[in-house]
Ligand binder design. Structure first.
Ligand SMILES: C[S@@+](CC[C@H](N)C(=O)[O-])C[C@H]1O[C@@H](n2cnc3c(N)ncnc32)[C@H](O)[C@@H]1O
Length: 424
């Protein structure tokens, strides 16, 4: 069932997206590329009458790629940052309208007027963008707010501003965490950086005309409880967080607390996120159908014996419950036999491999899906620390492909059993 697709390896990292029109406006550390979406859409013969769903929309790659290919699509995410980014990237713009608004904004970008921030910000933002820098971000932001132009155009400017934060922030995302650096950037440098971003955006709107009839909506929702009606989705192309402790609310803490949430609501988002990091404690839908597969129980025992802390074993156990809840929802919203592709990465703790793709395949069968195949696309090296202690042992990143097999579920022994039609 596991096949090699190493030629897809560049498609599961965001590197290539950073030079692609529109996609480059904002990427996430684990974005996949539009080539993956294009290849799957072609393989599955998707077109204008279909609907693609991405329940973990991130930076919006699936929705935008679907839009550029003329296929209807919908995206959701728990993070308001992801929803904002994806929505802005998948909106239609009129170049003359955006250009006119931009010409109107330019004379208002006068750094001399910006000094100390007026708003109340969490400490993280104040530390990351020391005094005058934060005042300058706020100055541009309030200039955008005062413009007389459609809200969608203002959001385009806001996205360009948000995308400059990493160039100025003293808190830098390295791997899954923030580390502090001593950058010496001044408020005077912000305007040229912002203008550069906007130039690229204007260039992309000019050169990549996308279809304008149709809409590609993105909204805030939990992948464990989707808003879609039953049997309405033709295909799913998505990537849930990996169980690697990376916490998007920390990696994007400055952006989230600068533009979207206060400290308490950022903490709530952290808790409610998929249990892929130890601080997640989500309120989830209940399930009497889920039972951890024997292989997962064995894995949890091995991790414990290897001395892995309880907060990590608890996280892994919760992670696979989340995977089940999400796959159960996908089974509900997808049409019979609809294809579902999940990009996922295996992990390793204290030298013990966590074979996420195979466990997900088993749990998908339990949720009523049929696993067609696992495509191994990339092998990531382990950290220098892990390599020193446990030797070189790369972790697999895979695309797991299911078909919605509506009525088939597996029993506790892992054998297929068949339920009567209708929802349980
Ligand atoms: C690996 S990223 C998706 C990247 C995306 N495929 C792209 O190309 O940019 C995973 C996303 O899942 C989101 N997320 C975490 N928990 C979630 C949940 N319970 N429901 C919906 N989204 C969630 C995170 O906010 C993050 O944006």
């Amino acid at each position: 069932m596991i096949e090699n697709r190493k030629e897809w390896s560049a498609w599961v990292t965001p590197r290539a997206l950073r030079s692609e029109p529109i996609h480059r406006w904002y990427t996430f550390p684990h974005s996949f590329t539009h080539q993956l979406v294009d290849a799957l859409a072609e393989e599955w013969g998707l077109g204008g009458h279909d609907l693609i769903l991405d329940p973990f929309v991130g930076a919006g790659t699936t929705v935008l790629a679907a839009k550029l290919g003329g296929i209807p699509a919908v995206g959701h995410d728990l993070s308001p940052l992801a929803v904002f980014v994806s929505r802005v990237k998948s909106t239609h713009y009129s170049l003359p309208e955006v250009q006119k608004a931009w010409n109107g904004l330019l004379p208002r970008l006068v750094p001399g007027n910006w000094d100390m921030p007026q708003g109340a910000y969490p400490q993280l933002v104040i530390r990351a963008l020391p005094s005058k820098l934060l005042g300058a971000f706020e100055g541009i932001s309030s200039g955008i707010g005062r413009m007389r132009c459609p809200e969608a155009t203002k959001d385009l400017f806001r996205l360009a501003l948000l995308a400059t934060i990493p160039d100025f922030s003293q808190a830098v995302a390295t791997g899954g965490w923030l580390s502090w650096v001593g950058k010496r950037r001044t408020k005077a440098e912000l305007v040229p950086a912002f203008r550069l971003r906007m130039q690229k955006i204007l260039e992309d709107i000019r050169e990549s005309p996308a279809p304008c009839n149709g809409n590609w909506p993105v909204s805030c929702a939990d992948a464990r409880k989707l808003p879609e009606a039953d049997s309405t989705v033709s295909a799913v192309i998505t990537s849930p967080p990996y169980p690697n402790r990376h916490d998007y609310t920390r990696v994007f803490g400055v952006e989230l607390m600068y533009g979207f949430l206060d400290w308490e609501r950022t903490r709530d988002l952290r808790r409610q996120s998929f249990q892929s990091h130890p601080e997640s404690r989500p309120d989830r839908p209940t399930s009497t159908e889920y039972f951890p597969p024997p292989r997962l129980i064995k894995l949890l025992r091995e991790l414990k014996e290897a001395g892995v802390e309880e907060k990590i074993t608890g996280m892994i156990s919760g992670y696979f419950l989340d995977i089940f809840l999400c796959l159960r929802e996908l089974r509900r919203v997808c049409k019979p036999n609809a294809p579902i592709a999940l990009v996922l990465g295996n992990a390793r703790y204290a030298g013990v491999p966590v074979i996420v793709d195979e466990l997900t395949a088993t749990i998908g069968e339990q949720a009523g899906l049929r696993c067609e195949r696992i495509r191994a696309v990339r092998f990531r090296g382990n950290s220098a620390q892990q390599m020193g202690a446990y030797g070189r042992s790369p972790s697999r990143e895979s695309v797991i492909i299911f078909r919605n097999g509506k009525d088939r579920v597996t029993n506790r022994e892992g054998n297929p059993s068949y339920r009567r039609s209708g929802r349980e």
